[in-house]
Design a protein around this ligand. Structure first.
Ligand SMILES: Cc1cc2nc3c(=O)[nH]c(=O)nc-3n(C[C@H](O)[C@H](O)[C@H](O)COP(=O)(O)O)c2cc1C
Ligand code: SF4
Ligand code: SF4
Length: 262
């Protein structure tokens, strides 16, 4: 079983390649949260994987909410791995995820990470298409390498995208993430055509089209930015970050092989 969460499709793409290769079922954490589905039994093939993006050097809110309620059937031979999809730095995500799993009586066997396009456009700019395509190709090669390790039963930490400063400093970012999860930061321009793509893609069902425009119905969300990236006319923007940055003219991105929303 591979559990995944994905905003712009990078994690979904990696999770799907892995599930196909390992012949495991692919399960959306967002769907499970919506349906209240938290009990799983994979003792037959004895392997559980988690694939999701790194947010603020740690985990997305949605992933934390899912793991807190997760009940997995395991035994002493169960192999459990995580693959972090990141823009460049996973911070202390590995230790935080390990601790969270332990609270649900799950032991983490191995940690892997893959660097992909950074979709946090309130700060970073999406590169030109050629660079994005190369990044997707590189990620599929990294998936193959990770699969080789998984098949040998590798146990340990193979995360090569974490750095000396970010690891101990991760805790500083947690209140920042919580602050920027406020949906009041989203703006919608008159370009909106009421196509409902943003409403349909939101993994937490936060958006409803009211009077032909999206309205965020909850005060906070998981900040996956898929509503902003999927808008075909770039009508959604995210307001100022650190008084200076915003998402205007930073480009938009979806993994070309992610046919599903999340
Ligand atoms: C709210 C938010 C916070 C992020 N924080 C980090 C981070 O701390 N470190 C990092 O390397 N990438 C960070 N990223 C980038 C994503 O991890 C990266 O773009 C990933 O490919 C997104 O995966 P997805 O397409 O499955 O959503 C962040 C992205 C978002 C939306
Ligand atoms: S995706 Fe864009 S155009 Fe479509 S309803 Fe949302 S904001 Fe409007
Ligand atoms: S409102 Fe947008 S950013 Fe927030 S969870 Fe929904 S799709 Fe993601």
């Amino acid at each position: 079983m591979i559990f995944y969460f994905s905003g712009s499709g990078n994690s979904y793409y990696a999770a799907r390649l892995m599930a196909e290769n390992l012949k495991l079922s692919l399960i959306s954490m967002a769907e499970c949260l919506k349906q209240g589905n938290f009990e799983f039994d994979s003792v037959k093939n004895n392997m559980y994987g988690f694939v999701f993006p790194v947010y603020f050097w740690s985990m997305p809110f949605l992933v934390k909410e899912f793991i807190k309620q997760l009940q997995l059937k395991t035994n002493k031979n169960t192999y459990t791995f995580v693959v972090f999809i990141c823009g460049g730095d996973t911070g202390n995500a590995a230790n935080q995820f390990k601790k969270l799993l332990r609270k649900s009586n799950i032991n983490l066997s191995a940690v892997y990470s893959i660097q992909q396009i950074d979709i946090f456009v309130p700060v970073f700019k999406i590169p030109e298409k050629e660079k994005c395509d190369k990044s997707v190709l590189k990620s599929s090669i990294e998936v193959e390498n990770i699969l080789k390790h998984i098949k040998t039963g590798y146990s340990g930490n193979m995360d090569t995208n974490t750095y000396k400063i970010s690891k101990p400093a991760t805790f500083l970012f947690q209140p920042v993430y919580n602050y920027y999860r406020r949906t009041s930061k989203f703006r919608v321009s008159d370009n909106c055509t009421s196509c409902k793509k943003c409403e349909n893609i939101c993994p937490l069902d936060v958006i409803k089209i009211v009077n032909n425009k999206p309205v965020w119905q909850k005060k906070k969300c998981t900040l996956c930015l898929s509503c902003l990236h999927i808008c075909p006319v770039q009508a959604i923007d995210y307001g100022k970050v650190l008084f200076f940055f915003d998402s205007k003219d930073k480009g938009r991105y979806r993994n070309p092989y992610a046919e599903k929303g999340y």
